[in-house]
Every structure is written in structure tokens, then in C-alpha cells.
Design a protein around this ligand. Structure first.
Ligand SMILES: [Zn+2]
Length: 145
């Protein structure tokens, strides 16, 4: 019984060795690497995927920047309203100075930065309708208070 078991084990090990050899032999035969047609097909599929995916991703990026800009503008308008309630006037100076005054008053954590590199322009010539404009995105989310 014991001998037979050993024999079976030895035989299966030999079989594995042979299988391994066969695998190596067939790999070193005609199957090495990819054929030119396979490469062309793979590259074409990849190119088509990129052509579809990249513009989509870029579009999402632009949309996300506009949404972030809109949030900044809403935040600035809200801070300006709050400033007006406290001081009965809007901060003076150019837009940069006004934004800094909102930060100094603790109404903004920091001067909001436009994600697309634009600058925010505050127009308060008419105290009843203050506008915030982005040099890149224009006025967004202005729901008339
Ligand atoms: Zn913007």
C-alpha cells in the first residue's frame, strides 16, 4: 500500500515536470510576444477609449471649477451682507482691499481663490444691489439675494 502511494506521487511529479517542459517549449515556439495585428488592435482600442474619456474628464473639470467659483461668489456676497449689517456700509477700497476687510472682520476664513485663476471684482456703487464678478466665469449664482 505504502509503496503504491509513493509510486503514484512520483508519477504525478514526473507528469508535472513534463507539463512544465511542454509549456516552456510551446512558449518558446510560435507564441512569443504579440503579433503586429494584435498590437495594432490593442492600440486602436486604447486610442478610441482615450478619445471618448479625456474630453469627458476635461468637461467635468471645467464644470467643477465653475461650481467652486459660484460657491466662492455666494460666500463673498453673504460676507458682504453681513459686513453691511455690522457696519451699515460696505468695506471701502478696491475689490482686493474689500475682500481683505471681510477676512479681517472674520467673515471669511481667507480671500477666496478662483480655481481657474480669475479674480473677484466687487461692484457696490448701488448699495441695494452689490454684484460679485469673476474675471473668468462672470457673475454666477446671483439669485438676487
Ligand atoms: Zn471664477
Amino acid at each position: 500500500m505504502v509503496k503504491e502511494g509513493r509510486n503514484v506521487n512520483t508519477r504525478s511529479r514526473d507528469a508535472r515536470k513534463v507539463d512544465g517542459k511542454n509549456a516552456v517549449l510551446s512558449r518558446s515556439g510560435g507564441d512569443r510576444g504579440f503579433s503586429l495585428v494584435e498590437m495594432v488592435v490593442a492600440i486602436s482600442v486604447f486610442a478610441v477609449m482615450m478619445a471618448v474619456v479625456i474630453p469627458h474628464l476635461l468637461g467635468i473639470g471645467v464644470k467643477a471649477q465653475a461650481i467652486a467659483c459660484e460657491q466662492n461668489q455666494r460666500m463673498i456676497r453673504a460676507a458682504l451682507s453681513e459686513y453691511y449689517l455690522e457696519h451699515h456700509s460696505y468695506p471701502t477700497g478696491d475689490s482686493e482691499t474689500q475682500l481683505q476687510a471681510l477676512v479681517t472682520d472674520g467673515l471669511l476664513d481667507s480671500v477666496p481663490q478662483d480655481p481657474s485663476g480669475g479674480t473677484y471684482d466687487i461692484t457696490d456703487t448701488d448699495p441695494s444691489s452689490v454684484t460679485v464678478d469673476c474675471s473668468v466665469h462672470g457673475s454666477l449664482g446671483d439669485d438676487g439675494k
